[in-house]
Design a protein around this ligand. Structure first.
Ligand SMILES: NC(=O)c1ccc[n+]([C@@H]2O[C@H](COP(=O)([O-])OP(=O)(O)OC[C@H]3O[C@@H](n4cnc5c(N)ncnc54)[C@H](O)[C@@H]3O)[C@@H](O)[C@H]2O)c1
Length: 281
């Protein structure tokens, strides 16, 4: 399989892993010469180009899009129209109209469109999924994608209006919180209300309330809020009709563990069951 990779920040990481898995990374693309130079060291055999359009006629099987967060759709549509499979890392589109065009292009194309969302496969999310039969129908579910950082650290990431992190709204990077919710419930969002967490720093963090097609209510927190331990940035909590399964807010590897509680009334002996489960290695 021959692939190309566009955008060589996170994209270089993905390109390197493609190569390790035996996928032929034939072309890498970035408009920044420094990023291309780093790629030359990591993947010396790949052709390096600065314009993604050069990849369209390369006869590639697939392309990994890891360019600016809010600019994937036009590239995805162009590659799909050329019969090239697309893996988009992480966002799909910037608004509903672009989303419709992308869906139409994917339906017309002989190639497939995939949205990469790694947070649905994190160890704590897998453990919670395994516990779902015990806790019963989901009534309420929460997920956080949060970073605790100094004001200087946050400014370093989101203060530059010329970088995608500096121009997207605080609600935009909700993929890593909402995707585990949709994966665990099998639901679709039907109604969304979103707020910035603090109007004095509106770009830093958001809170979203999402009505799901199953009837349950989801809450997500996204962005930069203080107080998070070293928790892999992801915390998920699921309340079912019979109990609860939620990841432990803790430092280090314990943050992958999950507390599962089933209420006493659900057991013949009336006793509550509560334990902390550790993911398999
Ligand atoms: N799933 C995850 O855990 C995860 C983690 C980090 C980033 N990401 C995703 O990866 C994507 C990139 O994020 P990043 O942190 O690497 O950003 P980044 O800004 O560090 O890197 C993006 C790179 O793409 C290049 N680029 C942008 N537009 C281009 C274009 N039209 N043509 C050629 N090159 C172009 C830029 O020059 C830059 O080198 C985003 O969509 C982000 O959401 C996902």
């Amino acid at each position: 399989m021959r692939v190309g990779v566009v955008g060589l920040g996170m994209g270089l990481h993905l390109a390197t892993w493609c190569a390790r898995l035996g996928i032929d990374v034939a072309v890498v693309c970035d408009r920044d010469p420094a990023a291309l130079a780093r790629a030359a060291e990591a993947l010396p055999r790949a052709r390096r180009v600065s314009d993604w359009r050069d990849l369209l006629e390369e006869g590639l099987d697939g392309v990994v899009l890891a360019n600016d967060f809010d600019a994937h759709a036009p590239l995805a549509i162009a590659f799909l129209e050329h019969g090239v499979h697309v893996l988009s890392e992480t966002a799909a589109c910037a608004d509903a109209a672009e989303g419709r065009r992308l869906v139409e292009a994917a339906e017309r194309s002989s190639a497939t469109y995939s949205l990469a969302e790694n947070y649905v496969l994190h160890p704590h999310v897998r453990l919670i999924r395994e516990a779902l039969p015990e806790i019963g129908r989901i009534t309420h579910i929460e997920a956080d994608y949060l970073h605790s950082m100094s004001p200087e650290g946050i400014g370093g990431l989101i203060a530059d209006p010329d970088h995608w992190r500096g121009r997207i709204a605080s609600t935009a990077y909700c993929t890593h919180s909402l995707s585990p919710i949709l994966a665990l419930t099998g639901a679709r969002p039907v109604q969304v209300t979103a707020f910035s967490a603090d109007t004095s720093t509106p770009r830093q963090a958001s809170v979203m309330a999402v009505r799901l097609s199953t009837g349950a209510l989801a809450l997500t927190r996204n962005g930069f809020l203080s107080g998070e331990p070293d928790s892999h940035w992801s915390w998920v909590s699921v309340r079912g009709e019979r109990g609860l399964a939620e990841s432990v807010r803790a430092q280090g590897d314990r943050a992958w563990s999950v507390r599962v509680r089933t209420e006493g009334w659900t057991h013949a002996d009336g006793g509550v069951r509560e334990e902390e489960r550790v993911p398999r290695p």
